[in-house]
Design a protein. Structure first.
Length: 164
């Protein structure tokens, strides 16, 4: 939605269309997204110990998230292909879940934001964690995927509130 409340990818007749970003100024744009994979404590221990059947769960998920961010325009029909200058995926243990928290940061200098790239990175990293550990725990739960912050562009900065 724009500041005025209109959906930007919907044309006057209701058809889907790609937003024209040609007149926008190039600015540094950064987006941060997060998500989590909840699992049994034993599964988290298996991952921590490096004993998952498929190998290094966290390293593979991090790489999958980075690769996914670079493919966002191929996955989401109306996203622009972007020249990302940075994608970082951090995966940390959270015993309180229990499980893994995933955070992705995407950055570029350009005419459109990188929120979808950060969200795609988190989503695919979480799916990869599930895929690599499903032999041990098919009841894992993926959730909480959301935009945490963004900066740059005409719409300005956004920071999710503490209770958001």
């Amino acid at each position: 939605m724009t500041a005025g409340g209109a959906l930007t990818h919907i044309g006057a007749s209701g058809e889907a269309n790609m937003v024209d970003v040609g007149d926008k100024a190039e600015t540094v744009r950064i987006a941060v997204a997060e998500g989590m994979v909840r699992m049994r404590p034993e599964t988290l221990q298996l991952i921590r110990d490096g004993d998952a059947k498929k190998g290094d769960v966290i390293g593979t998920a991090r790489l999958a998230g980075i690769m996914a961010a670079k493919q966002t325009a191929n996955l989401i029909p109306l996203c622009h292909p972007l020249m990302l200058t940075r994608v970082a995926v951090e995966i940390t243990e959270d015993a309180a879940l229990p499980g893994l928290r995933v955070e992705a940061t995407a950055k570029l200098t350009g005419r459109t934001g990188v929120e979808m790239e950060a969200l795609t990175a988190v989503s695919v990293a979480c799916l990869t964690i599930y895929d690599m550990a499903k032999a041990a725990d098919r009841e894992m739960e993926i959730g909480g995927i959301r935009l945490v912050a963004k900066s740059g562009g005409r719409s300005g900065d956004y920071q999710r509130g503490e209770h958001g």
